[in-house]
Design a protein around this ligand. Sequence first.
Ligand code: GLC
Length: 439
Amino acid sequence: MAKNKTPATDGDIAPVDTSWHEHDRFGLFIHWGIYAGGARGEWLKKSERMTDEEYQPYFDNFNPDLYDPREWARLAKNAGMKYFTITTKHHDGFCLWDSKLTDYKSTNTPYGKDLLKPMVKAFRDEGLQACFYHSLIDWHHPHFTIDQFHPRSPWPNIEKFPELNKDRDMAKYRKYLHGQIEELMTQFGEIKMAWFDFSYVSPEGFPNKLKEDWDSAELEKMVRTLQPGIMINNRLDLPGDPDFATPEQYQPNEWPTNDQGKKLVWEACQTFSGHWGYSRDEEGWKSVPMLIWMLIDTVSKGGNLLLNVGPTGRGEFDQRAVEALDGMGKWMRVNSRSIYGCTESEFTPPTDSRYTQNGKHLFLHLINYPFRHVYLPGLKNKVAYARFLHDASEIKIITAPDNMAHPDLNVPGGEDHLRLEIPVMQPDVEIPVIELILK
Ligand code: GLC
């Protein structure tokens, strides 16, 4: 399935093989930084318009003494995740590794150590691939120009921008950005994906943050040269199809395409509760069935799910995240065959269900468990065998002619339907899956 073109650059750069990603389907996003101390998300510096001084206590008091990345990796693996994407730096500019280009890093906090190296190692030891998120935006760097998203934005007083930015030089920031990315691409072994965040057009009068500001073409070239085969996301404002698209906090209605209708490799990124960084008081946590549904729905449209956790300032996963991951793991332990290596099916599923498919294996996910019968359009005479995935127990295929005792049962709604008879009681699985082995 290797597909994607590469690059908007010339030269001998290896084509991008996305097949591992399209196989693995499920990854862990981790948003972690000093904002965990604020415990109200990763944007608090901006949303509360903090000055650097006001934000400094999060740095001065950052000491995640319970941090054990091996435990994180185990939790991710048990949930069925195959790769992880870590925020090496978020918009606040704080760095998780011992960058030579800044003092604003974990080694200078009371914790005193590099957080990234042991994390990458721990996840790799558990068999998960390493991917890096890196914020293009930087609210700490003195040369990053102030725009509408910056904590020092004078919004809506546009006339103040030139004065505020007069001593800021994006060229200097750009050099820093490229230098740090070079460190990340050379000091941590093979990095499978680069997740840059983000570019934007500003309202008139405010500085944009687009490809010229990052020198995205040069950045892309460097990254692809240093990490041949790496997948790069779609937020660098580069022309052409990205290696993968990143719908955020919503489920696309169908497989995302480019303007010509070509299906893109894609990965939905989703939170447990709304914020990405640790958010103590957030109440709206998604239920385990909803999370499982999101994973199934994503794969049924040919995509991946990158599910985020925001570890605490002590260095642990929120207990609610641990429970959710555990719930997903229980489901994945017996149903992951309908996820790994699967994609959109050519068949249309009945109401309240989703298909995923891997060759001759068609997986029917019963989102709302129906009573006694399931009618599958277009599948009459096409299925050799049917069973529940979780316990491999046979599901009866009802072949006509018809049930004379109950003529009403006779295939309502379409001659080409295949009828399955399922137990009246839903088995003890959040979302039961029926595996249909096609002829
Ligand atoms: C947004 C947010 C950011 C988060 C990211 C994840 O761009 O700015 O906080 O890291 O989405 O997709």
